[in-house]
Design a protein around this ligand. Structure first.
Ligand code: SAH
Length: 675
């Protein structure tokens, strides 16, 4: 029977959009399910105040700490249960009554059980008010089923239990389908479909990973358990990877990678020749193949397509030492050697060394203005930047240098451990240095015309250092307000530095960026972007450069990696665990192609792209790697084709080769190499 509530046009439009984008686009194609989802007014089922979110792509809270399921999950479960007109259906976990209403639009009769009396009553009232006459709501323990009205053609359980309750299987008709999430409370659950083939014959299918609120009852979890174990009562956080994984399609579409030293490898990237910025990621901070592949791509882009900026996730003043080396700028030796801060192996390694030597040799044959430079986007070496600004002013404007010493003196107590600055400012009433560092930057920029008359490159370098100090001061302060805020500030600084570089090198300038996947993949396509509003360099580049920004991700299954166990800890060579079964990495491994490139841009391999769209796990190893807690510490959820324009896969990889961090006795510090 049709619901009678009058619907406003815009709600119908929201519903239509929900069905198209969240449900049909993800592959639910049962027309009855789509039609039913178009008809049920979801806003009538959410908690008061949540109406405006009713058509969002997520579960929402209802009373008793429970949730109304995400629309896609409701559709997916009903499709999997193959609900047909004429069917008698049992639902366990009525909650708001929403899923029951959708079922009621398709089946002949729906029975639904809810353990919370209050929820059961309000679901019943709501369904009656909306005019549903074919739904019976009952309060009780659904793990026992509803023997009085059994058997059922389909049973759907919308809470997760430890195992499949016998009682439910036995209340299926022959040919009947049961769909239920199963698994431990703290870890993951699997959505399982059980089909009854005969009196005692059943078979099961695994529909993927999900997260539901706990099923509590005689054949479920015990009542005390969930609260005590701190179990997630957030409902489905991780919807299933639907249908069969597209390994075959991946195998056909993947472009095999030639040897990294083969010129054919570089030519694979000719397709990105017209980009303004090519961003090259990495899935760890210590994998040789990622560095060597990025070097080979960068060489090709510089040699064949006129790229003239290499901007990397390293500190500005440290990278500046390499830049002077590769662009043949004579300078006195650095006061303090570059790349001596943790994590030294990130830039002090054989792979970077070889690339830097190539760049220097390549530049030798170029006019100075045409030489490609090497720059750092990151903000961690605040003390070197302070020193660089003061050294510069000592040369061009000693009076300004005196002022700079005084102003930056505010930060002196924290220079060796800037992370404590934020806390000190907040708690101990220490003076905030914000005004001083901002004034310093402003005055330096105001003197631009005067200072630039000397050496404009030196001025640019000093201005970047002053910008860095201003960003770093804020960075260490907001660190105490939350990870997302400081992350955003750092990535915004990195992006702005890239923009400064492009503007400074003029119209034809083109940049290659080397940074971790987490900086260069579009944050909007990851759970960090969706749930914590994180932005990153990749996101900002897309906003600024549209399709002339190319975001290339990298991944691996297993091997060795250089990483530490703790911040500031020693570098270790660790084993990378084979990828998690619900990850993109696992999918790549299962393709059977050991090294490949996939072009994920719109309109290229459309079929592969859409088969990869629905989010899966993805692994990120940084300077810290903790294999013992890998799932919790290193995996996040993302939609790979939305995150990257292309993806490079190296099934098995090995750690970078670090270079010594202390000079050999009697030898001057020679990094960056041979000066
Ligand atoms: N189908 C619901 C989603 C509800 S969330 C909707 O569309 O809104 C799961 C519900 O299962 C919760 O309301 C929870 O109270 C209920 N539940 C948990 N264990 C149960 C049990 N053994 N019997 C009946 N309901 C149960």
């Amino acid at each position: 029977m049709a619901p009678q509530a009058a619907q406003l046009d815009h709600l119908a439009a929201d519903r239509e959009r929900m069905v198209e984008r969240q449900i049909a686009a993800r592959g639910v194609d049962d027309q009855r399910v789509l039609d039913a989802m178009r008809q049920v007014p979801r806003e009538a089922f959410v908690a008061p105040g949540f109406e405006e979110f009713a058509y969002e792509d997520s579960p929402l809270p209802i009373a008793e700490g429970q949730t109304i399921s995400q629309p896609y999950i409701v559709a997916l479960m009903i499709e999997a249960a193959e609900v047909r007109p004429g069917d008698r259906v049992l639902e366990i976990g009525a909650g708001s009554g929403y899923a029951a209403a959708v079922l009621g639009r398709i089946a002949a009769q729906v029975y639904t059980i809810e353990r919370h009396g209050g929820l059961a009553r309000s679901a019943q009232d709501r369904l009656a008010r909306l005019g549903y006459r074919n739904i019976d709501v009952r309060c009780g323990d659904g793990t026992l089923g509803w023997p009085q009205v059994a058997p059922f053609d389909a049973i759907i359980v919308t809470a997760g239990g430890p195992e499949i309750p016998e009682s439910l299987r036995n209340q299926l008709t022959t040919g009947g389908r049961l769909v239920i999430p199963i698994g431990s409370l703290s870890d993951e659950q699997r959505l399982v479909k059980v089909v009854r083939d005969g009196e005692h014959a059943f078979h099961e299918e695994d529909l993927g990973a999900v997260r539901f609120v706990p099923l509590i009852g005689e054949h479920g979890w015990s009542e005390e358990l969930p609260e005590e174990s701190g179990a997630p009562i957030e409902a489905e956080l991780r919807p299933p990877a639907r249908s069969r994984p597209p390994t075959g399609l991946l195998r056909q579409t993947a472009e095999r990678l030639p040897d990294l030293d083969d010129p054919a490898f570089g030519r694979l990237f000719d397709r990105f020749a017209d980009a303004r910025v090519v961003l090259l990621g990495e899935a760890t901070h210590g994998t040789s193949e990622f560095y060597r592949a990025r070097a080979a791509i960068t060489r090709a882009l510089i040699e064949r397509h006129g790229f003239n900026i290499v901007a990397v996730e390293a500190d500005w003043p440290d990278a500046a030492a390499i830049d002077r080396y590769v662009r043949h700028k004579s300078r006195p030796p650095e006061a303090t050697p570059a790349f001596r801060r943790f994590p030294t192996w990130m830039w002090r390694n054989l792979e970077v060394h070889e690339f830097v030597d190539w760049l220097r040799a390549h530049n030798e044959g170029q006019e100075p203005a045409g030489r490609a430079g090497f720059f750092g986007l990151d903000i961690y070496n605040m003390s070197a930047s302070i020193r660089a600004v003061i050294d510069y002013l000592d040369k061009v404007d000693p009076e300004a240098a005196r002022v700079a010493r005084e102003r930056y003196g505010c930060l002196t107590p924290w220079q060796h451990d800037p992370a404590t600055y934020g806390r000190a400012v907040l708690s101990a009433g220490y003076a905030k240095c914000e005004a001083a560092v901002v004034a310093m930057l402003r005055e330096l920029l105001e003197q631009r015309l005067l200072y630039e008359a000397g050496d404009s490159e030196d001025f640019f370098d000093a201005a970047q250092n002053a910008r860095l100090v201003a960003s770093a001061e804020r960075y260490y302060r907001v660190m105490y307000y939350g990870a997302a805020e400081s992350w955003n500030l750092r990535d915004r600084h990195m992006f702005e530095t890239l923009e400064q570089l492009l503007a400074w090198r003029g119209d034809g300038s083109k940049a290659v960026v080397w940074a971790h996947n987490s900086h260069i993949g579009d944050a909007a396509a990851t759970e960090m972007g969706e749930m914590r509003d994180e932005i990153n360099v990749g996101r900002l580049c897309r906003e600024r450069f549209a399709e002339t920004a190319v975001l290339i991700g990298f991944g691996t299954d297993r091997g060795t990696v250089a990483a530490a166990s703790d911040w500031d800890g020693p570098m270790e060579i660790k084993q990378v665990r084979p990828a998690h079964r619900d990850s993109y990495e696992r999918l790549c491994r299962d393709s059977g192609v050991s090294r490949f490139l996939v072009d994920l841009r719109q309109g290229r391999s459309a079929e592969l792209r859409s088969s990869l769209l629905y989010p899966r796990l993805e692994r990120a190893i940084g300077v810290i790697y903790r294999p013992e807690t890998e799932l919790a510490s290193h995996y996040f959820e993302a939609s790979l084709p939305r995150q990257f324009d292309a993806y490079l896969w190296f099934e098995q990889t090995r750690a970078v080769t670090p270079l010594p961090t202390t000079p050999r006795p009697g030898m001057p510090e020679t990094y960056p190499f041979g000066l």
